[in-house]
Design a protein around this ligand. Structure first.
Ligand SMILES: Nc1ncnc2c1ncn2[C@@H]1O[C@H](COP(=O)(O)OP(=O)(O)OP(=O)(O)O)[C@@H](O)[C@H]1O
Ligand SMILES: [Mg+2]
Length: 259
């Protein structure tokens, strides 16, 4: 069953006194229920633009987004977003950051506490709930940001390069955690990255974008069970195929493509 349908999405940015930027052109993509889909592409190819339009945070110039066959306008409680930096409120403790959305929604104190406690444990932050964001490591802040999204229990999670600010080893651990969450909760995940190995390790399908304007260049299937091994020969052969595609002599507008 399709959860998200991205139909003919086009985005043109206009800034005063500057040329128009065609960030996205005719993007058509269906994300199936429970799918883990990665969007891969170099800096500036329109990944964040596509994510923000899908989340209802940014208006498109043309095309439409459907959520469960219904036309989407504005944000939805079914869609949670995890941004590149965890965007925690610095004056609130981790627990109170995680409870923030529920406070705004008027959820009672008892229920808020219980749901926050469970999610904090789930993301491995037990014992740190009364700390403030600046007292946590980058990886822990990312976990807290993830917890804040998970606690609202959205069916769809959109993630915009969520691990790009953490060191390599922490990143691998966080990748494993997101796979575990996906396996346990069977959420629909749309995950943005510019890291080929990360996309191949995580995704069921990888959508490769090319820039100026952002277009779908190719879609790769990654039909392997989880948990996966990073040194698995079949996975590495997909990594190789993606690099070959990226390095192919590009047509006119794709000449500057590189990751
Ligand atoms: N508010 C804006 N006004 C004008 N142009 C913009 C705006 N936001 C993005 N752009 C342009 O749209 C294009 C796509 O930007 P976007 O942020 O979606 O890229 P991205 O793939 O997420 O890049 P990165 O990997 O660096 O995060 C870029 O050329 C960028 O300069
Ligand atoms: Mg971006």
């Amino acid at each position: 069953m399709p959860t998200i349908e991205i139909r003919n999405i086009t985005k043109e940015y206009e800034s005063e006194g500057e040329e128009r930027t065609y960030a996205l052109q005719d993007i058509n993509l269906t994300v199936q229920d429970g799918e883990f889909l990665c969007i891969l592409g170099p800096s500036g190819c329109g990944k964040s633009t596509l994510l923000e339009i899908t989340a209802g945070l940014l208006p498109q110039t043309g095309g439409e987004i459907l959520l469960d066959d219904a036309l989407q306008s504005g944000t939805s409680r079914d869609i949670g977003v995890v941004f590149q930096d965890s965007a925690l409120l610095p004056w609130r403790s981790i627990r109170r950051n995680i409870e923030f959305g529920m406070e705004v929604a008027g959820v009672g104190r008892e229920e808020r506490r219980a749901r926050a406690r469970e999610t904090i444990e789930f993301v491995g932050l037990k014992g740190f709930e009364d700390k403030f964001p600046h007292q946590l490591s980058g990886g822990m802040r990312q976990r807290a940001g993830l917890a804040r999204t998970l606690v609202a229990n959205p069916r769809v999670i959109l993630m915009d390069e969520p691990f790009s600010a953490v060191d390599h080893l922490t990143r691998l651990t966080l990748q494993d955690e997101i796979v575990r969450i996906w396996q346990r909760e069977r959420k629909t995940i749309l995950f943005i990255t510019h890291d080929v190995a990360e996309a191949v390790y995580l995704a069921s399908r990888i959508v490769l974008l090319s820039p100026r304007p952002g277009k779908i260049r190719k879609i790769f299937d990654v039909p392997f069970e989880r948990p996966r091994s990073r040194s698995d020969a079949e996975l590495l052969s997909i990594v190789e195929r993606i690099y070959v595609e990226i390095n192919k002599p590009a047509s006119d507008e794709e000449t500057e493509y590189s990751i």
